[in-house]
Design a binder for this molecule. Structure first.
Ligand code: SPV
Ligand code: MN
Length: 626
């Protein structure tokens, strides 16, 4: 590469160059020079925080056909390729220097080989295309939590989505101290035909953590391309590991308890397991629905939303179950839909939206009609199961006032939850921080969903709901959690939830609105207002407290028979789970902390003891309250 300035002069217009050089940080200039040298764009657009620049991004996404304006003209739709509809774990790899290993649970490749592949796949990938350079900040600006981030992409859809999802940071970059660590993202959709990546079979996401850089190519799906989301999370986990904080796949919300009290809860559930809907429950306020950074400040665990928007699963969003989202999507607030069905009149429809299915429209397969089949003869659904909406949090009526607090909010409780038909009770509290980290976070399992490529409905190990993004050996990640709790004066309580218990006929046995009761029970526990029943796996609620909360919050009667069915301790299933998890750790996580095997063995002993006395399925009243 020629020297940085002459390379930049070759590719950028004088206006673009002036905008770029207004940022004094030389690493920024170097990264852009490296990117233009590699991708050889026809033109380069440097996007500042100015409204005219931001408007240009949206306009161009529409002009180029990456997005189409809908009947509500603040809304657009974008389609990813037919085979490019979810996060692609198999093609997402860490570039690992020789002699280093991230452990068996993490996809990785030799760094030199990986970089060579990036070079081959991305060389000249922006011929005839315009490159966009954008500046953002992860977390609130000017805070201990802030991580500045540069996104370079040739997708105006990606650049536009990031406007709704992240805090713009051009002005922030202008005042950055020289030594501030920056994350670097370079994305190209590759060759497009009718706005769809045709090179999807050669797609890839390469995480070069030595340089805090992620490359993504020949893919369009947001989970693989929006650098600030899951790509930056992987870098953030490494940074957190170095600096003793935590970067988590967690929502962040406030429960409003008695007398106007607010208690912040953060929760890690795998995709499509009720994470967004939990953060949006009636009566609560939302800080974020997907990514949370946690730090200890003045002895307390505090958290921020990394983002300021929602990239939410739209399947099953209905007027009845999700009134707030429904309202926003039917208002004039900006929104980008992806992979839904659009009717001839320009209205979006999606699976299980509670409305009649339109006979025809356009979806991710092109023109669509009822009964359309794919090349294998399988019927193509009206919309993709992983269809999404992208909105800013700023227009939500239930937005919490602390979104931009540079100190974050004080966390009262942490929740782990997955898609589990037969093992965990609907809500339980750990005995203490370590017990929660080890038997709830580290033991989380969940059935796969359409949010990742591959078959759905398969029970998978999903520790902390973060396995797909963990960029350090898993044992180290768990040790960091243990250490974090020890460093806090009064660490948050840890809870586990399961919204997906099923009966023998396969029907769900808890209602969708019951999660509000479980959340309010946590709030009462955090404030020491309700007792609980001590079982071998943790504390579970007493019937009378839930009965009171069902009445108070949902105005419903909660039958004792429902309570017994939902909260009985299923010993064989719990023992099998311990065996499964122990085996995984034993075989694939050599650096797992000793505390983990101790915690699992102790839990097993407790379960076997009670089974001897009470049998396999133990009703909650067999245990005593504390
Ligand atoms: C998830 O699937 O967890 C998401 C969307 O939040 S993605 O960007 O694909 O990760
Ligand atoms: Mn997520």
């Amino acid at each position: 590469m020629k020297d940085v300035i002459s390379t930049l002069e070759h590719y950028l217009t004088p206006v673009g160059l002036a905008k770029l050089l207004a940022i004094p940080n030389r690493d920024v200039h170097r990264f852009v020079a490296k990117a233009v040298d590699l991708c050889e764009p026809m033109k380069v657009f440097v996007c500042t925080d100015a409204q005219e620049d931001i408007d240009y991004i949206r306009r161009t996404a529409i002009a180029r056909g990456e997005e189409t304006e809908l009947a509500i003209n603040t809304q657009t739709v974008h389609f990813d390729g037919f085979f490019d509809q979810a996060r692609d774990k198999g093609h997402t790899q860490y570039l690992v220097p020789k002699g280093e290993s991230l452990g068996e649970q993490v996809e990785q490749i030799d760094r030199d080989i990986g970089l060579k592949e990036v070079e081959e796949r991305m060389k000249g990938c922006m011929h005839n295309k315009k490159m966009v350079i954008r500046f953002f900040c992860l977390g609130p600006l000017d805070s201990d939590f802030s991580i500045p981030c540069v996104q370079i992409t040739d997708s105006f859809y990606v650049a536009h989505s990031e406007d709704l999802l992240y805090r713009t940071g051009y002005e922030y970059f202008k005042r950055l101290p020289d030594n501030k660590e920056i994350f670097w993202m370079l994305h190209s959709s590759g060759k497009l035909v009718q706005s769809v990546s045709i090179g999807w079979q050669q797609r890839g996401v390469a995480i070069d953590y030595l340089e805090n850089t992620v490359y993504s190519y020949n893919t369009q799906y947001a989970g693989n391309t929006i650098g600030l989301k899951k790509l930056a999370l992987r870098l953030a986990i490494r940074k957190a590991n170095r600096e003793d904080w935590l970067a988590e796949h967690m929502f962040l919300m406030a429960i409003h308890g008695p007398e106007g009290r607010k208690t912040y809860l953060t929760g890690a559930y795998p995709s499509a397991c009720g994470k967004t809907s939990t953060s949006m429950v009636k009566g609560a306020t939302i800080v974020g629905d997907d990514l949370t950074y946690l730090r200890i400040i003045n002895g307390h665990v505090r958290g921020v939303n990394v983002e300021q928007g929602i990239f939410g699963i739209i399947r099953s969003v209905s007027q009845e179950d999700d009134p707030v989202i429904w309202e926003v999507l039917n208002s004039c607030q900006p929104a980008i839909y992806s992979n839904v069905l659009i009717t001839e009149e320009g209205y979006p429809h999606w699976l299980d939206d509670g409305r009649p299915i339109p006979p025809r429209g356009v979806n991710h397969s092109g023109p669509w009609w009822i009964g359309k089949v794919d090349e294998k003869g399988e019927e193509i659904p009206m919309a993709h199961k992983n269809a999404r909406y992208t909105i800013s949090l700023k227009g939500l009526p239930n937005l919490d006032s602390a979104l931009e607090d540079p100190q974050g909010v004080k966390i009262g409780g942490i929740i782990y939850g997955g898609r589990d038909s037969d093992t965990w009770v609907p809500v339980q509290e750990s005995f203490n921080w370590d017990h929660g980290v080890l038997t709830m976070g580290a033991c989380l399992e969940s059935k796969t969903t359409a949010a990742t490529l591959g078959p759905s409905g398969v029970r998978m190990f999903q520790p902390f709901s973060n396995l797909d993004f963990i960029s350090i050996p898993l044992g180290q990640y768990i040790k960091n959690h243990l250490k974090f709790g020890k460093s806090a004066q009064n660490p948050p309580r840890i809870f586990a939830v399961n919204y997906f218990q099923q009966n023998a006929e396969g029907q769900y046995i808890t209602g969708k609105d019951a999660k509000r009761v479980w959340l309010n029970w946590m709030d009462r526990r955090i404030h020491g207002e309700v007792e609980a029943i001590k079982t071998p796996i943790g504390y579970i609620p007493r019937y009378e407290d839930l009965k009171m909360l069902f009445r108070e919050i949902l105005n419903k009667t909660y039958a004792e028979s429902d309570y017994i069915e939902q909260f009985s301790i299923r010993v064989p299933e719990l023992l099998e789970k311990i065996d499964r998890i122990e085996k995984i750790y034993h075989e694939t996580v050599p650096d797992a902390p000793l505390e983990l095997s101790d915690a699992l063995s102790e839990q097993r002993v407790r379960l076997i003891e009670v089974e001897k006395i009470h049998g396999e399925c133990i009703a909650p009243n067999k245990f005593t309250s504390t």
